[in-house]
Design a protein around this ligand. Structure first.
Ligand code: GLU
Length: 420
């Protein structure tokens, strides 16, 4: 069978081809000369299948879509708290190139607007690093997110850097408040170069999927940034990625996203997909008109909204198995799944004293689930039950005797057997 997914995506592209509204960005002269009707769409699953349709091989400059990824690099280099001390995470409700800083702290509001992105660029490698080395780091990181080496479009870089008066104004404002300490002209050059990196929708879909996959590239398998960094970046994309249209985007489309002035948009749905669209005509917020339409349709047709309520997973079946009472846990054991398990232990206690907890059908135990399971087992043992855990994938522990906590009366560890 040929997968229907490429046909579906091609249909999404075709449906918006009759829409010629919006305007090409013209403040960077070469962007005003592109073919306005090109349209492409790509979707990458978190296990590395990429579907790309329309003008999918076309390269264009990444522009502001570079911001979340360079932000991720800064977070990985300096830690989340240190970066938060320099750039906030509050939506500004303003356009991308607003000359504004948070009152009091004088921090840029968030890393998705230019004031924040210039500050983040200057953080890479610390203040002592020379412009070329810093840019090489940025380019290498963008390449790791894409899974291939990327290049700069020198013509676009030259055109933008000679007209980047507003970005110079922002950088000097940042220098004036000591938010950056480097030469503002050098920071603008580096940032504009970062915006001029060439990508395709396939690259962008994989970059977004890397964030959606907890920082792990779906194809190369490289842990590009930590899970905590990926989660933080997705949160900031959700609240600030679409500038002054962020609230409307999150409520109606519901996918953490970032757009760029050359016509790209990425969306990353945690644990599911990375999506990227390209079409250069922009609406008044600076977002691709056809891109917004395509994302709207994907979200509607595929139930991709972040706030979509998932069907509750059945996390456990229980029953008698010879002389033991067997609990078979299933799926991903997080707080909610484990709460149901604990409630069952409490409200519907095992009928035998010997208990087998079978984790064969569990594919993941989150840290909170592990802690809750340890505590539940400890309490079952203290209630006089004999507990054995069947754990072939070693999710709770490797085979052997493990300690699940202490017996407060006898002041000794509570131990149980784990088998594979
Ligand atoms: N290079 C652009 C700028 O800073 C990026 C803006 C965008 O893509 O929204 O002006």
């Amino acid at each position: 069978m040929r997968s229907p997914i490429p046909d579906y995506l091609a249909d999404v592209v075709d449906r918006c081809r009759s829409d010629h509204s919006g305007r090409l960005a013209d403040y960077i002269p070469p962007l005003a000369e592109v073919e306005p009707d090109v349209t492409a769409l790509a979707l990458s699953t978190v296990d590395g299948t990429v579907y790309a349709v329309g003008d999918a091989d076309l390269e264009f400059t990444i522009q502001s879509i570079s911001k979340p990824f360079v932000y991720a690099l800064a977070l990985a280099e300096h830690g989340i708290d240190a970066v938060l001390g320099r750039v906030g995470v509050e939506p500004s409700g303003e356009a991308f190139n607003e000359l504004s800083l948070e009152s009091g702290s004088a921090r840029p509001y968030n890393p998705m607007i230019n004031a924040g992105a210039l500050t983040i660029h200057a953080l890479i490698g610390g203040p002592e690093l020379d412009e070329e080395t810093r840019f090489a780091r940025v380019l290498a990181a963008l390449g790791r997110f894409a899974g291939r080496d990327l290049e700069v479009d020198e013509a676009i870089y030259e055109a933008e850097v000679t007209t980047a008066h507003r970005n110079h104004a922002i950088a000097y404002m940042l220098r004036n408040h000591d938010i950056i300490t480097d030469d503002p002209r050098s920071v603008v050059r580096g940032y504009v170069r970062q915006c001029a990196v060439r990508v395709t929708v396939r690259d962008l879909a994989l970059m977004a999927a890397t964030l959606a996959h907890g920082g792990v590239h779906p194809v190369t398998g490289e842990q590009v940034v930590s899970r905590a960094v990926a989660r933080h970046v997705l949160s900031v994309m959700a609240t600030c990625g679409m500038y002054d249209a962020a609230g409307d985007w999150l409520s109606s489309i519901g996918i953490p996203a970032k757009s760029g002035v050359s016509g790209g948009i990425i969306g990353a749905l945690p644990g599911q997909t990375g999506v990227a669209s390209f079409s250069p005509r922009l609406d008044d917020h600076g977002h691709s008109v056809r891109g917004v339409t395509m994302f709207r349709q994907l979200s509607r047709d595929m139930g991709m909204h972040l706030m979509e309520v998932p069907a509750p997973a059945r996390s456990m079946v229980a029953g008698s198995d010879g002389d033991a009472w067997r609990y078979e846990l299933q799926g991903s054991i997080n707080f909610v799944g484990m709460e149901r398990v604990l409630r069952t232990f409490d409200e519907d206690p095992p009928v035998h004293d010997r208990i087998v907890i079978d984790l064969t059908r569990v594919h993941e135990i989150r840290k909170v689930g592990r802690r809750m399971l340890h505590e539940a087992i400890r309490r079952l043992v203290l209630d006089g039950r004999e507990v054995e855990v069947h754990d072939p994938d070693g999710l709770l522990a490797e085979p052997g005797t493990i300690e699940v906590g202490r017996d407060p009366d006898r002041r000794e560890p509570v131990r149980i057997e784990v088998t594979d």
